[in-house]
Design a protein around this ligand. Structure first.
Ligand code: FMN
Length: 391
């Protein structure tokens, strides 16, 4: 089905203006502003107008099935909180209060990482509704994160959340064998705990070369990961998180490799390397941005300006690799966009930046998604799927 790419605009409600005011008051403390979302999620059921309890109504439930008989994934709704927003895996169920139907925690590396030491590591582009960040994969290590997920998983399922863990290789390792061992260990630890695993091969802000830029090593990683997974009794889904800045040739090479190795799906995509900001529809220039790393770099760009490019990638992948499950991510801030993307063939969406700009973003997007579906004559996503079966 040909679907037009519209970067649907949401109008700013009173509550969104309050959020803008909070951003203004704390503009010198962007990391604090950013981290405060977890408190919002925790308090949501107790404070009026903050969202409330998890919304478990059936119309938005989403099930992802896989042709290789990997375990199906059950989401309370197709809107997932993207990796990076909950790096610790603490209080996972709180995110159902603010409307999400799934969450990817992490990214986790094999051991604790402080991340980049330069502060702040986050900047906001107010006008563009974008965030640039260079956190540098700060996390407590995959063992701690997986243990927390394990403890909370049953409760999370009851709250309508499907839980994934994002893992990445430890930046800075130089010996290829050591690198491979490192990522396989992280994968196997995360695999025991989560519903699905995301392999983050596209983080632009650790100061190290991205794994997805080395095709032969990427192939070794995914071959080993999938070989290892296939020896296990339980087949959980494995997604690769791609960079949004790939050339068509590079995208084809990666997709061919992922199909060869049997990876279930792709998350499209990560933050956009800020050094290439001129490729995005933003008026801000690279030199105007505050450096977020000691080496003067500004990391990766997220938010609204990523949308059109992301849609191009999604359409390309769906057209050429229809067997791949696609989770769209990048600038998704409106429920109409979620509906458009579902019509384009994605299984679910992830979002992150929007929570900084829209009050109770996931709840608002759920309502808009419902509205868009009803306008087209569907009472539920299940009914949409029945009437539009995947080929
Ligand atoms: C502050 C910040 C931290 C992030 N950390 C991670 C991370 O640890 N792992 C990852 O895969 N993506 C990370 N991302 C990328 C997001 O998951 C997402 O791919 C990207 O922001 C695009 O989505 P959005 O436009 O909805 O924000 C981070 C993004 C931001 C803004």
């Amino acid at each position: 089905m040909a679907v037009e790419c519209i970067n649907h605009e949401y109008y700013l409600r009173f509550s969104d203006r309050i959020l803008a005011l909070i951003r203004k008051v704390f503009h010198n403390y962007p990391e604090f502003r950013h981290d405060s979302f977890k408190h919002v999620a925790r308090l949501a059921p107790f404070i009026p107008f903050m969202g409330g309890r998890p919304d478990l109504r059936k119309p938005l439930k989403r099930v992802i099935t896989f042709s290789d008989h990997s375990n199906s994934l059950y989401f309370g709704c197709p809107i997932i909180l993207a990796a990076g927003a909950n790096k610790t895996a603490e209080r996972i169920c709180d995110y159902a209060n603010v409307g999400f139907g799934g969450i990817t925690v992490g990214t986790a590396t094999r051991n604790f990482r402080e991340g980049n030491t330069h502060k702040p590591r986050i900047g906001f582009l107010e006008k563009e509704r974008a965030i640039h960040n260079s956190m540098g994969l700060n996390n407590e290590g995959v063992e701690v994160i997986a243990r927390r997920v394990d403890k909370q998983l049953v409760k999370a399922h009851k709250a309508g959340l499907c839980v994934g863990i994002s893992v990445a290789e430890t930046p800075g390792l130089t010996d290829p064998e050591e690198k491979l061992k490192d990522i396989i260990e992280s994968f196997s630890i995360a695999y025991k705990a989560a519903d699905y695993i995301e392999i983050n091969v596209s983080c632009p802000n650790t100061g190290e070369s991205r794994v997805d830029l080395d095709m032969s090593f990427s192939e070794r990683i995914f071959t080993e990961i999938m070989r290892f997974r296939n020896t296990l009794g339980l087949r959980k889904a494995v997604y690769a998180k791609l960079s949004p800045d790939l050339s068509e040739r590079h995208l084809i090479a990666i997709m061919e490799m992922l199909v060869r190795t049997g990876v279930n799906g792709v998350v499209v995509g990560n933050t956009y390397p800020t050094a290439k900001i001129s490729e995005l529809p933003v008026s801000t220039k690279y030199d105007e941005l505050r450096p977020l790393r000691d080496d003067g770099d500004c990391g990766g760009m997220s938010g609204r300006p990523l949308y059109e490019n992301m849609v191009w990638n999604v359409q390309y992948i769906h057209e050429h690799y229809p067997q791949m499950s696609i989770i769209a991510c990048g600038g998704i801030d409106h429920g109409y966009k979620v509906y458009d993307l579902i019509k384009m063939g994605v299984d679910a969406v992830q979002c992150y930046s929007v929570v900084a700009f829209r009050w109770m973003a996931a709840h608002a997007m759920r309502n808009e998604l419902m509205d868009a579906m009803l306008n087209d004559g569907y009472k539920s996503l299940g009914e949409y799927d029945d009437r539009n079966p995947k080929k």
